[in-house]
Design a binder for this molecule. Structure first.
Ligand SMILES: Cc1cc2nc3c(=O)[nH]c(=O)nc-3n(C[C@H](O)[C@H](O)[C@H](O)COP(=O)(O)OP(=O)(O)OC[C@H]3O[C@@H](n4cnc5c(N)ncnc54)[C@H](O)[C@@H]3O)c2cc1C
Length: 461
């Protein structure tokens, strides 16, 4: 796998680790501690972590103490929550956040406050009884902080925009070791960079964001067999732009692995999967979905009136940890030629090691937001996932990039960090940052992380 070396001290002395243990409340794991592997275990089993040490942070103060310790040692800092991302902690002081698990929902103001270690599932559970929801993504197993600081594209992106658009306050520990409560009014530049740069200049300790009202929804998925994939993708490309913003959809080519966790009728098959989330009545949703239901006879149709608590049923993402490589690109548009390019690169006739090639429709509120760093010229996106098992380690990243690059003629100005591989960005920063964004990040970085403790890989520095 492509890896970047991260500069920093090769080893921390016992005395230095003792000082770190004295400075934080949470546990500290040195490189020889057995607990280190468990502490870093997460969803993506392909990540080969080799950190200098790990701090299991319990508070913003713990994060700040760890960042200051790292600055004193001349080492870089990284952060890990659920391990749904694709960045390995190598040579860093890794900070884990799962102990920072506070969730507070305030129905009267429709606001939520969550700690850095909270997964979306906890927020769904806390907000659903009030008919409220956050802008989670396809899987509620993902961490709120990592997802939101990468923009966050969810099942209601067309109606409500990126998850980062709804953040009202962020408590962040910047690379200089300061704990800062930041709003769009108090420090707009830092606010934007934190909400679009993941840990480029700071580690989020707590997020406060506005919830949406979801009194009812109509959603689920439709699947078709391999022979219908070209017709389904072509029909979707024409149909999706006709929909009101209340309906967000995506379509995926799935190569379902032949494993027990996949439902038996779908196991080992290549399928088209239409994912549907509609904010409105079943009657409206049914009428809108009619043309897609008529394309061909589906092998599965779960789209119906549903409660928001069942939102994971829309995308049916895997929940068991797996080794994977992900890549993707935001698209300014998706015409019939673009669909042909997808079919040529990843259609059912291709024998390629990709579990998922997904096209999502973004056009709507995501184009209108003003905060964060998310690009505003993306009307579609493509996301690609492959299994990073040992036999395919050298193959999957190149095949994934090949599919993404087949869509380069339709690319938007850049791609949000949740959807472009960090090692691809390290080699080609322009995939994620335009010169303007890059200058904004550098300016903030000089101010709040003057020694460059954070952001090594993503910024390619
Ligand atoms: C099954 C699956 C489904 C997904 N669905 C979607 C989706 O629908 N929409 C979407 O936009 N993305 C989606 N993603 C991508 C996901 O949002 C990103 O990978 C996100 O970074 C995961 O964050 P995490 O904390 O769960 O993972 P981790 O691997 O723990 O963290 C990933 C990265 O997030 C950053 N990060 C984590 N915590 C913090 C913090 N406290 N402060 C600053 N930075 C932090 C760090 O850079 C870290 O390297 C999906 C990923 C998977 C595996």
């Amino acid at each position: 796998m492509t890896e970047l070396g991260v500069p920093g001290a090769a080893l921390a002395t016992d005395a230095a680790l003792a000082a770190l243990r004295g400075a934080v409340t949470g546990p500290v794991f040195g490189p020889d501690d057995v607990g280190l592997v468990t502490e870093l275990a997460g969803f993506n089993l392909a990540l080969e972590h080799a950190p200098l040490a790990v701090v299991g942070a319990t508070s913003a103060e713990d994060i700040a103490a760890a960042v200051r310790w790292a600055a004193g040692q001349g080492v870089r800092v990284g952060v890990l929550a659920t391990g749904h991302g694709d960045l390995a902690q190598r040579g860093t002081l890794a900070i884990t956040t799962r102990r920072m698990d506070r969730v507070h929902v305030e129905p009267a103001t429709r606001r939520a406050t969550v700690g850095a270690g909270v997964k979306w599932a906890r927020l769904v559970e806390a907000a659903a009884p009030y008919g409220l929801a956050g802008l989670n993504g396809s899987s509620t197993d993902v961490g709120i902080a990592g997802y939101t600081t990468g923009g966050g594209v969810g099942p209601f992106v067309r109606k409500y925009g990126y998850a980062s658009d709804r953040v009202r306050r962020v408590r962040v520990v910047t690379g200089d070791g300061e704990i800062r409560d930041v709003t769009a009014a108090s420090d707009p530049e830092l606010f934007d960079v934190v909400l679009g740069g993941k840990d480029a200049v700071g580690i989020v300790a707590e997020l406060e964001f506005a919830l949406i009202e979801v009194p009812r929804m109509y959603g689920g998925g439709l699947m078709w067999g391999a022979a219908d994939i070209p017709a389904v993708l072509r029909a979707w490309q024409e149909w999706a732009p006709t929909l009101p913003e209340e309906m967000t959809t995506s379509v995926a080519i799935l190569r379902a692995p032949d494993v027990e966790s996949v439902p038996a009728p779908l196991r080992g098959r290549t399928l088209a999967h239409l994912r549907v989330a509609h904010l409105g009545s079943a009657d409206e949703g049914r009428a809108l979905l009619g043309p897609m239901r008529a394309v061909a006879t589906p092998v599965m149709d779960t789209v119906d009136e549903m409660s928001y608590a069942a939102i994971d049923a829309v995308h049916m993402d895997p929940t068991d940890p797996m080794p994977f490589w992900a890549d993707g690109c935001f698209l300014a548009d998706l015409d019939a030629d673009a669909v042909d390019a997808v079919l040529a690169a990843a259609g059912p006739q291709q024998e390629i090691p990709l579990i998922l090639v997904e096209l999502r429709h973004l056009a709507g509120a995501a184009e209108r937001g003003t905060r964060g760093l998310a690009p505003r010229d993306a009307r579609f996106m493509v996301g690609v996932v492959g299994p990073l098992v040992p036999a395919l380690r050298e193959v999957v990243p190149a095949v994934a990039r090949g599919v993404v690059e087949a869509l380069t003629p339709w690319a938007a100005s850049r791609t949000g960090l949740n959807w472009v591989n960090p090692y691809a960005v390290a080699a080609r920063p322009e995939l994620a940052w335009s010169p303007v964004e890059r200058r904004r990040i550098e300016a903030v970085r000089r101010r709040v992380d003057p020694h460059g403790v954070l952001g090594a890989v993503r910024l390619g520095v």
